[in-house]
Design a protein around this ligand. Structure first.
Ligand SMILES: Cc1ncc(COP(=O)(O)O)c(C=O)c1O
Length: 398
């Protein structure tokens, strides 16, 4: 692209993202193509969104049919695909009722609103504080950036929405301080994604869950990144033996068609009554058709269990890389949400990988984040490993 071209692109889009210098125009399965015809192995899955790979056939077919019938009609009318998607989410989780929106931040907004209203309208208290954790990421709206325990996300947006208290993640010494008179909910990720691919500690989570139960405080898990099969089960909480009161979802729910949702247990869901919350696009026919086709594929095939088996193979391959490269400090994560902790700058590895036609991400300055589609196979895992071996060799040579 010439200089003039890139300048005019920069002028019309606000520079909220540092973009990589490629333009993607096509995707199929685990691969994407740029406008120059170059093919890349996409182990970012559009940031944990295209869990069934790019343009998956079962979702495409349903969305194409829906495009021929009805795109949008508002929530003033019944929407069959919304009803069916809600039924599938409820059948496959510990929750009872669903609210639909359009993104992860909106899902967490809904969760926060539900928690406050539950405390104030259902329990009849003044509690409004939501406890969250350092290094968390919950979104970029005014409330969800305030919920996010990272200063860099909050910088410049003061005054921050009040009502959040941050505690160190996985730290047993803070458990006794979780509950105050003001606390109405705890919100956490079970693997902190953006914060560095940090899995929750089982014992700590057990205790946290127990504290919530005993004090009638809502346990809300942000499964926006970990959900829809990403960590080896439909929802990550299913591996930990806990039952959240509220689950927030987005990303993988629509295979790339924008959609968000919260699923809540009946008691918590009571807090939302007609007029208390809403969204023009939330749960619209097109988005929920994509969601329904996606969850149907996830729960009615063995794609998730196969991905969990393949994750073990991928981790094994990464550990072999680690044995050969001292710059790899740790491999961590769950399922197809994996992190490689490196000595240098993670972004250097991401750039080098792209030069070798592999797309990966960072999660903080020193963690490479690897998010393959759940549908990837052994051959692609080996292609990934071979490229990463070259990337580590070339960076270590410098
Ligand atoms: C755990 C988590 N919560 C919330 C969000 C925000 O989602 P969205 O970008 O769809 O608003 C993200 C996005 O990365 C996320 O990873």
């Amino acid at each position: 692209m010439d200089k003039e071209g890139s300048l005019s692109k920069a002028q019309v889009i606000m520079p909220t993202y540092n973009r990589f210098p490629i333009t993607l125009v096509k995707g199929k399965g685990s691969y994407v193509w740029d406008d120059q015809g170059n093919k890349y192995l996409d182990y970012t899955s559009g940031i944990a969104t295209c869990n069934l790979g790019h343009t998956p056939e079962p979702v495409k077919q349903q969305v194409q049919e829906q495009l021929d019938s009805l795109w949008h009609c508002s929530n003033l009318y019944h929407i069959p695909s919304q009803q069916q998607l809600a039924e599938k989410l409820v059948e496959n989780s510990c929750g009872d009722q669903v609210f639909f929106c359009n993104s992860g931040a909106e899902a967490n907004e809904a969760a926060i609103k539900l928690a406050r209203r539950y405390a104030q309208e259902v329990k009849g208290t003044n509690a409004s504080e939501v406890v969250t954790f350092t290094n968390s990421f919950h979104g970029r709206t005014l409330a969800t950036l305030a919920a996010t325990g990272q200063e860099k996300i909050q910088k410049g947006f003061a005054p921050l929405t009040p009502g959040f208290r941050y505690l160190p993640y996985n730290d047993p010494s803070v458990l006794s301080t979780v509950v105050s008179e003001q606390t109405c909910a705890v919100l956490l990720e079970l693997v902190q994604g953006e914060g560095g691919v940090i899995p929750v500690d089982q014992e700590w989570l057990n205790q946290l869950s127990e504290i919530c139960k005993q004090n009638d405080i809502l346990l809300m898990v942000d499964e926006i990144q970990t959900g829809m099969g990403r960590t080896g089960t439909l929802f990550a909480y299913q591996q930990y033996g806990i039952e959240p009161d509220v689950i927030s979802l987005a990303k993988g729910l629509g295979s790339g068609i924008p959609i968000g949702a919260i699923i809540a247990k009946e008691e918590a869901a009571k807090a939302f009554t007609p007029g208390s919350h809403g969204s023009t696009f939330g749960g619209n026919p097109l988005a929920t058709t994509a969601g329904l086709a996606t969850i149907t594929e996830l729960v009615e095939t063995d794609v998730i269990s196969e991905s969990a088996i393949l994750s073990d193979y991928l981790v094994e391959q990464m550990r072999q890389l680690q044995a050969n490269h001292s710059s790899i400090k740790d491999i961590r994560g769950r399922g197809m949400l994996l992190g490689i902790v490196v000595e240098g700058n993670a972004i250097d590895y991401v750039h080098k990988a792209r030069e070798h036609n592999l797309l990966i991400l960072v999660a903080g300055p020193q963690v490479i984040r690897v998010l393959p589609p759940l549908t990837t196979d052994r051959q692609e895992v080996e292609e990934f490993t071979a490229i990463m071996a070259k990337v580590f060799e070339e960076i270590e040579e410098v």
